[in-house]
Design a protein around this ligand. Structure first.
Ligand SMILES: [Zn+2]
Ligand SMILES: [Zn+2]
Length: 331
């Protein structure tokens, strides 16, 4: 549906009857129409895209550019199929472009790195396969291919009526971008800022070295901008970016306090910390052991990201014993 003049939102379903959606946006312009993000690569998702276009009297051939905010499968999964159907070009940030092959084509190296990280962070042998293989099923729903063009923060493009600036907003993914239209005060935020969920920020083989610091900094950068409507990758379009950013920061501060408390009674691995703190606070808190494998891995990566930030900020110390990292509170 056309949510504001010239911007059409199409909601594409997640695979396997999951209740979530990816929002993709068609932005009309006299110099070409831009699609922001694709969805998962599934028949249902492709069909929903077709229906969404037809409902708003658009055609596949009307799309000239597909700009992908980041290379997670729910944003880039369908990109190469849509490129063909639309005869469009795909653009993604150069850092994200460099991660595609290791993630989707030739992924043995990534799996090894992943196993190394899980071991180093104290995952017991019995829990390793479950966490290591937690995302393998996703590959059947993503065939992004390499982009035609890479972009960087500060790049600008015009649709004729609208001028967009590419904002590099690392954290959720190292080459995540948002698109900003200064005159309209529109922000297409991908997964960087969502209204209903706290975006995941984790440390893993394809993240930055200190992703939570990156995330907090890039959230701060957005707060300096004049923003009206935020068009996110999931959930409702909203305004009040500053308020939402403050809520997200408050979440991370609470999490930091909880982790410091858990580390008050002895040295612990990231895995031990993750098992002692409640997850999914939006739904009242879920114990680590009650999470599914994918959510367990996200919880562990988020814990490691917090531990990295706290260590680099001097609040924690890290020691290594038999290849396993343990943390202790310094204050
Ligand atoms: Zn994402
Ligand atoms: Zn997403």
């Amino acid at each position: 549906m056309e949510i504001v003049t010239g911007v059409h939102q199409i909601r594409l379903p997640f695979p396997q009857d999951a209740p979530e959606y990816t929002n993709v946006y068609v932005i009309e312009g006299s110099d070409g129409n831009v699609l922001v993000d694709s969805g998962w690569d599934s028949s249902e998702s492709l069909w929903a895209f077709r229906e969404g276009l037809l409902e708003d009297r658009l055609k596949f051939q009307d799309i000239n550019w597909i700009i992908v905010t980041h290379i997670h499968p729910d944003h880039c999964g369908l990109a190469s199929k849509l490129r063909e159907l639309c005869e469009a070009k795909v653009a993604v940030h150069r850092i994200e472009a460099g991660l595609i092959e290791a993630r989707y084509t030739d992924f043995d190296g990534l799996l090894n790195d992943l196993e190394g990280e899980l071991r180093e962070n104290g995952v017991p042998q019995t829990g390793l396969p479950e966490l290591k293989e937690a995302s393998l099923w996703m590959r059947q729903f993503a065939s992004p291919g390499l982009p035609d063009v890479t972009v960087s923060g500060g790049d600008r493009f015009s649709t004729g009526q609208l001028e967009f600036e590419v904002l590099q907003t690392p954290g959720h993914s190292p080459g995540h971008i948002c698109l900003y239209e200064r005159r309209k005060r529109w922000l297409f935020s991908g997964d960087h800022v969502l209204f209903e969920t706290t975006p995941h920020v984790g440390l893993h083989p394809q993240s930055g070295d200190n992703p939570l610091r990156d995330y907090i900094n890039s959230l701060g950068m957005l707060e300096q901008l004049q923003v009206g409507f935020v068009f996110p990758g999931h959930g409702p379009v909203f305004n009040g970016l500053k308020l939402r950013a403050a809520e997200i920061l408050a979440y991370h501060e609470r999490r930091e306090r909880t982790i410091m408390k858990v580390l008050n009674d002895g040295l612990k691995t990231a895995y031990e910390v993750a098992t002692e703190i409640p997850w999914k606070p939006d739904i009242g808190g879920v114990a680590f052991t009650d999470l599914g494998p994918w959510d367990k891995r996200l919880a562990l990566f988020e814990t490691i990201a917090h531990l990295r930030l706290l260590t680099l900020d001097g609040k924690l110390g890290r020691i290594e014993r038999d290849g396993v990292s343990q943390f202790l509170a310094k204050e």
